[in-house]
Design a protein around this ligand. Structure first.
Ligand code: AMP
Ligand code: GLY
Length: 424
């Protein structure tokens, strides 16, 4: 079996590593992957936005399954093109990917089908948006409508800041969604969806802020852990009933055959109610790095069942995850991130790693002399499992300390304090 993985971050490395454990022993190809993934398969020199190039490769090499990591190729319609050619691809079509690429689309779907979320107004001109602020109170939530890699959201503590965020959005000609601010704790639920059946993974929490104690600016994610004590069986049953199932039914009703990961970013309110903050059309990063190491199923089988519309095979028991095992991932970044940072710093890895620890690569590069150097803001993800979160934390941080590169930064409180909602 031949599998092509598209993407080059820690998420894709974790996906590739999990695929490499499959009983199918797939031959793995990466477009373009990263140096950590090179030990698991073959790197291709095809950009992830080069849909024609990827399609030609998949046809020529008779790839059995293509897995799309990041949202960009999905929103460009890669799944539509592969499906038209009869190729199996894990990830929704362009219409389905609007769940992530268009906040207005996702909010309207939720409103039309009574899926719990924050009240909102969608505004396509600046004057209407400024006026719509009257309907809300501080803190104001202003979201630019488009793929923004998590950067298009402003939580404004007063009206002046909110007006400023609206002006900035319209300078870029981006319509905005203005939302009610939701209090509570955030929870990431990644669910496999075959268009009809939707089955969640164990819930994870990610840490978005750069600083200890959830302070400072937002990042692409500084760490994660799973499972989350907050996500009791009762709560997960409600998430299924109130969010996942109605969302897939809504997509179906809209004529969208959604195949891939439906990622529900939830706010669990102080009263314990799940409400949707956002949907994503792909695996979360860094949540994937803690969710997949806990998966007991063969990932290749689950993905093929997803693409073939056969997830109902797993519906009775749900997807199985390792009971009583906890996972944590700590992100190592370059000094300065999420602002400016330097790259090209040699990385020293520990010689020995126990089987409970994985170092997933994100922003790294190999020089011609084989030295591995930093090549991005988020450099490495150290993932560890254990019988308790404390044990998993110790194992991860042990390795975090042994890895050395100039300017190495990490948060030392991942899984020690809850990843609470932003209260900026
Ligand atoms: P999004 O891109 O929609 O996920 O927003 C990014 C982050 O902003 C979320 O993960 C939350 O931490 C925060 N956020 C977004 N919308 C809200 C809201 N309505 N209330 C509170 N926090 C929010
Ligand atoms: N961890 C947040 C995301 O993947 O969007």
């Amino acid at each position: 079996m031949k599998i092509l993985v598209i993407g080059n971050g820690g998420r894709e490395h974790a996906i590739a590593w999990t695929l490499s454990q499959s009983k199918h022993k797939p031959e793995l190809y990466f477009a373009q992957g990263n140096p950590g993934m090179r030990e698991l398969g073959q790197r291709l020199d095809i950009e992830l936005t080069d849909i024609n190039g990827l399609l030609l490769f998949a046809q020529r090499e008779q790839i059995d399954l293509t897995i799309v990591g990041p949202e960009l190729p999905l929103s460009l319609g890669i799944a539509d093109r592969f499906q038209e050619e009869g190729l199996k691809i894990f990830g929704p079509t362009q219409a389905g990917a609007q769940m992530e690429s268009s906040k207005a689309f996702a909010k309207k779907l939720m409103a039309d089908y009574n899926i719990p979320t924050a009240h909102y107004r969608f505004c396509t001109d600046q004057a209407t948006a400024l006026k719509a602020l009257d309907e809300f109170e501080a803190p104001y939530v202003i979201k630019e409508d488009g793929l923004a890699a998590g950067k298009g959201v402003t939580i404004a503590s007063n009206r002046q800041q909110a007006e400023e965020a609206i002006r900035i959005a319209f300078q870029k000609e981006m319509p905005v969604v203005i939302e009610e601010f939701m209090q509570g704790q955030e929870l990431s639920v990644l669910a496999f969806c075959d268009g009809k059946t939707v089955l969640p993974c164990v819930a994870a929490q990610d840490y978005k802020k750069i600083g200890e104690g959830n302070t400072g600016p937002n990042t692409g994610g500084m760490g994660a852990y799973a499972p989350v004590p907050l996500a009791t069986p009762d709560l997960m049953a409600r998430v299924q009933q109130e969010v996942l199932t109605p969302t897939v039914q809504a997509l179906q009703a809209e004529g969208i055959d959604y195949k891939g990961i439906l990622y529900a970013g939830l706010m669990i309110t102080p009263e314990g109610n799940p409400r949707v903050v956002e949907f994503n059309a792909r695996f979360g990063d860094p949540e994937t790095q803690v969710v997949l190491p806990l998966l007991e199923e063969d990932l290749v089988d689950v993905m093929l069942a997803t693409v073939d519309g056969k997830l109902h095979q797993y519906a009775e028991t749900g997807l199985c995850f390792r009971a009583d095992t906890k996972a944590i991932t700590v992100v190592l970044t370059s000094a300065g991130y999420p602002g400016d940072y330097e790259t090209g710093k040699p990385i020293f890895f520990p010689q020995y790693l126990s089987t409970d620890v994985h170092v997933f690569h994100a922003g790294t590069k190999v020089l011609p002399d084989q030295t591995k150097v930093t090549n991005g803001g988020r450099v490495l993800n150290v993932t560890a499992t254990g019988d308790s979160l404390e044990q998993a934390r110790q194992r991860a941080y042990d390795v975090v300390k042994q890895i050395k590169f100039d300017g190495k930064y990490f948060r030392s409180d991942i899984a020690a304090v809850p990843a609470e909602a932003m209260t900026r």
